[in-house]
Design a protein around this ligand. Structure first.
Ligand code: AHR
Length: 524
């Protein structure tokens, strides 16, 4: 990244006017204003907001992560080296597994012991394929150790017993002599693992058992009782929460379960485009500006849903003991033509990058309540950060957003006010800009910015209260086309590059954000 020294104000103003007259349509974009309150940072942005999710679905686990020890694809104990290395680069803080809908039909004892002796099962939710259980508890925890992230295990409430869940916790975390700990040792692992995050079922209002909230709340109270804190392991228990705007679910859970028994309440919200007349949503790559705008409008709903659920949680839990856990989010398009509809394989374009960037800015802004988020899903499923084809691997535009935004992990959130012009399309209006700021432990301030407008650049004046900087540098992710994406033939079509259209002023900075761009700035 290039460092830019303080520029005289007259030059800043002149440059701004020049850029404003240079918008592609020849029109001037309205000025936008960001005020960052550097002296008012109180909350930490939990690194777990930058979490991921890997389910036994399509080619996420099998092929995407697990290739087996005998594979010609370079691997460590069966796990792809290229994928692990890529995930380390974005500092994946937590990985949720084994589902998703799969979690509520998964019986963990089928996935331990010699692989050739493990029973098979049908993956009824995802394509009806045969699951051979070769990737189980040991393989998942090995994957987390290789990445250097925390595991988040989602237990089976829909079709599993309390005993199964209780045994799983004992098997993984108990360091003394017990039936489960001895079984673990027999299977080659002497030391227990530490697993902090435990999900108690998934989408139990739907694929996880079609339950009513009152019934699930009772089951939650029962199942969580047996998720014991063995051998110094302190479980953080996450209840199944609502889908989107189902506020009743949140209300019932908060009313019926004490915050002591529920450290997290999950919420799922996917970014989808409304069905067309042909009942299709469109693929990830084939879309026009109507769908670009529509998807961004749909994703911005996250900024209403979080405060909606948080305000209910505030009534029962004003001290914010229970975190809101957005453990599934991301885009959901029609599958790539010619692929198994049950495998949810979709490409990933600059539009997905905008969705990721906007959501991460939103999560940061609610970091007083949002304590974890997991994009769906890590490899080859929905809004993936990685795509694989046999031995090949591609990093998606969404991957690059996670790489650019990793600077916010565990940094102090700096409150801000953004006055943005609107981006209108056919009578629908959304803010053109999105922003977030934080200060890390070494004193560096980072600002992430998105210009959602695919046609107009945006001049942004930023004032930073109570802070002075001597240098600023930046990187940008953008492309000429809205549907630009990386393929196995052209893996670097969309990637971040240095960004220099930013000037420090006495009180902040001025920048011009190109159309459809994501920018990260570092101020020192
Ligand atoms: O991520 C795909 C699926 O979406 C998950 O299995 C389920 O929890 C959600 O409906």
């Amino acid at each position: 990244m290039r460092s830019i020294q303080t520029t005289p104000l007259w030059l800043v103003v002149l440059t701004s006017f020049w850029w404003m007259s240079c918008t592609p349509s020849g029109r001037s974009a309205d000025a936008n204003k960001l005020v960052i309150y550097a002296d008012q940072g109180e909350e930490t942005i939990s690194r777990f907001i930058y979490g991921h999710f890997a389910e036994h679905l399509g080619r996420c686990i099998y092929g995407g992560i697990w290739v087996g020890e005998d594979s010609p694809i370079p691997n460590t104990r069966g796990i792809r080296n290229d994928v692990v290395e890529a995930l380390k680069q974005i500092k994946v803080p937590v990985l949720r597994w084994p589902g998703g809908c799969f979690a509520d039909e998964y019986h963990w004892k089928d996935g331990i012991g010699p692989r050739e002796e493990r029973p098979t099962m049908i993956n009824t939710h995802w394509g009806g394929v045969t699951e051979n259980n070769h990737f189980g508890t040991h393989e998942f925890l090995d994957l987390c150790e290789q990445i250097g992230c925390e595991p988040c295990i989602c237990g089976n409430v829909g079709s599993g017993t309390v005993e199964e869940l209780s045994d799983w916790v004992e098997y993984i975390t108990f360091d003394g002599k017990s039936p489960m700990a001895d079984l673990r040792r027999k299977n080659g692992r002497d030391e227990p693992w530490q697993v902090k995050f435990w999900g108690i079922g998934n989408e139990n209002w739907g694929c996880g058992g079609s339950m009513l909230p009152e019934y699930y709340a009772d089951l939650y109270r029962r199942y969580q009782t047996y998720v014991r804190g063995f051998s110094g392991n302190r479980p953080y228990k996450i209840a199944c929460g609502p889908s989107g705007g189902n506020y009743e679910w949140t209300e019932v859970l908060m009313k019926k379960v004490s915050t002591r028994a529920m450290q997290g309440l999950s919420m799922h919200y996917y970014t989808r485009f409304r069905f067309g007349e042909d009942r299709s949503r469109g693929t990830a790559t084939e879309f026009d500006e109507y769908q670009w705008h529509g998807i961004l409008q749909s994703t911005l709903r996250m900024d209403d849903l979080i405060p909606g659920h948080a305000s209910i949680m505030d009534e029962y839990d004003p001290e914010k003991r229970t975190g809101l856990i957005i453990d599934e989010w991301g885009t959901w398009f029609d599958v790539e033509p010619g692929t198994n509809p049950g495998f949810l394989y979709q490409q990933n374009t600059l539009r997905d990058a905008m969705v990721a960037a906007v959501n991460l800015n939103i999560f940061n802004s609610h970091c007083d309540r949002v304590k974890m988020a997991n994009i769906a899903q890590t490899v080859n499923v929905l809004q993936s950060v990685i795509l694989t084809k046999d031995e090949q691997m591609v990093l998606t535009p969404t991957y690059h957003v996670f790489e650019m935004y990793k600077v916010h992990q565990d940094a102090i959130y700096l409150p801000s006010d953004l006055d943005s012009r609107e981006y209108d399309y056919e009578g629908e209006s959304i803010p053109a800009l999105s922003a977030s700021a934080s200060r890390d432990s070494s004193g560096l301030t980072h600002v992430t910015l998105c210009n959602l407008d695919p046609n107009e650049s945006a001049v942004l004046e930023c004032e930073i209260k109570d802070a002075r900087f001597s240098s600023i540098r930046g990187r940008i992710l953008t492309a000429v086309k809205m549907n630009a994406h990386n393929t196995f033939e052209d893996a670097d079509a969309v990637r971040p590059i240095d960004f220099s259209d930013v000037q420090l002023s006495g009180t902040g900075f001025t920048t011009t954000l190109p159309p459809k761009s994501v920018v990260v700035l570092e101020l020192e």
